[in-house]
Design a protein around this ligand. Structure first.
Ligand SMILES: C[S@@+](CC[C@H](N)C(=O)[O-])C[C@H]1O[C@@H](n2cnc3c(N)ncnc32)[C@H](O)[C@@H]1O
Ligand SMILES: [Zn+2]
Length: 360
């Protein structure tokens, strides 16, 4: 099999999902954007494809520690490393991630398990406790818990209430960041997202961790709630949830969530440059999505879905996304596309203003 420059083999007991090719590419762009030489832990490495790609595609990766508890995976990973002539830069570790990660002190830890990353946060962060700065690259495939209607499951794993509405994917990824932050704070690290991606069935976070009270306090200041009115579509955010909407109805809420930025636009600009210089299979899709993410900056922690807006205004006309954005900008507000939904817009305009602009 082949993914980008890596040739590899596996058998059915060794996990490989071709649908995560894009996720591995965007993550590798992130790895190459870090202006520092890196020792990486590819926890949950399965065939080793992620770590192998990080090594092959990025000159700043000095070494990769591959960890997996599946003996078949270890066997194939070893031969895949050899096949790609990356033996000198690789170390293969067989065993449970939480036990093994503590034996290393990496600059970037890749957490790509089945389902939730939560059980692996504590040991990951303890392993880098002596560092001033490190990176976590996290995949979560339990989006049904983070976004679903069963808010008790979300409360149990993520200590937050989920909200199953039109911007559920944004609330979900913000709950995930807040949960990672909780474990970071306990260990005196603040977080700063380099990029946060919602795609298909998964969330991908690429976070910088920085140690010290100032970073922690700054991160704490970004924890809050979003409130939502199911009757008029109004949404608000703040340190506390809003109970009653301006229309008089009771609001529902998501949180606590991370209300800070989802991405670092400078970091994304560098990822875009890296993408131009690479010949990835998903080059165009990466360029498109990163160009949208770059401008998802300095907006409230939610978006508006134009389909739902027509429902709230009881109007069958659904404006095209670009048309709606231009109209809102013409009226003096900020507005951009969002990578969460093709019919979604991020804006600083409140719902009353948007209704007047799009449905005069
Ligand atoms: C989703 S797959 C990883 C996919 C891989 N990163 C890729 O990009 O193809 C999860 C892997 O984690 C391994 N795994 C599950 N629980 C583990 C644990 N507690 N410690 C180490 N490895 C574990 C499984 O054997 C499996 O290979
Ligand atoms: Zn309302």
């Amino acid at each position: 099999m082949k993914e980008e420059l890596i040739e590899f083999e596996l058998e059915k007991n060794v996990f490989y999902n071709p649908k995560m090719h894009f996720c591995r590419s965007i993550s590798s762009l992130g790895v190459g954007t870090i202006e520092k030489e890196l020792i990486i832990a590819d926890g949950f490495s399965a065939s080793g494809i992620r770590g192998l790609r990080y090594l092959k595609e990025n000159d700043n990766v000095l070494k990769c520690i591959f960890i997996d508890c599946n003996e078949n995976a270890i066997h194939y990973m070893k031969s895949n490393i050899k096949k790609n002539k990356l033996t000198k830069k690789s170390k293969v570790i067989s065993g449970d991630f939480n036990r093994k990660i503590r034996e290393f002190e990496c600059d970037l830890i890749e957490i790509d398990p089945f389902g939730s990353p939560v059980p692996y946060l504590f040991d990951s962060i303890r392993s880098i406790i002596k560092k001033k700065k490190a990176f976590l690259s996290i995949t979560a495939t339990d989006t049904a818990v983070l976004c679903g209607p069963h808010s008790a499951a979300c409360m149990k794993n993520y200590h937050s209430k989920s909200l199953n509405n039109e911007f559920t994917h944004e609330s979900g990824i913000r709950i995930l960041i807040k949960r990672v932050l909780e474990t970071c704070l306990e260990n005196n690290f603040g977080v700063s997202p380099m990029f946060s991606l919602s795609d298909q069935h998964y969330f991908k976070l690429f976070l910088e961790l920085k140690k010290g009270d100032d970073y922690c306090l700054d991160s704490i200041s970004k924890i809050g709630y979003t409130s939502f009115c199911t009757i008029c579509g109004n949404r608000t955010y703040g340190k506390i949830m809003q109970n009653i909407c301006e229309c008089g109805n009771k609001m529902v809420y998501a949180g606590p969530i991370w209300t800070g930025e989802l991405h670092n636009p400078d970091f994304i600009s560098h990822m875009l440059l890296n993408n131009k210089n690479r010949d990835y299979f998903h080059k165009q899709k990466l360029d498109k999505i990163l160009n949208i993410m770059k401008y998802e900056f300095d907006f409230p922690p939610y978006f508006y879905d134009l389909h739902q807006l027509s429902r709230f205004t009881k109007n069958s006309f659904i404006p095209k996304t670009e048309f709606a954005i231009n109209k809102i900008i013409e009226a003096g507000y900020k507005a951009v596309k969002t990578h969460f939904l093709s019919s979604g817009i991020k804006t600083d305009a409140k719902i009353g203003a948007i209704k007047k602009i799009l449905y005069p």
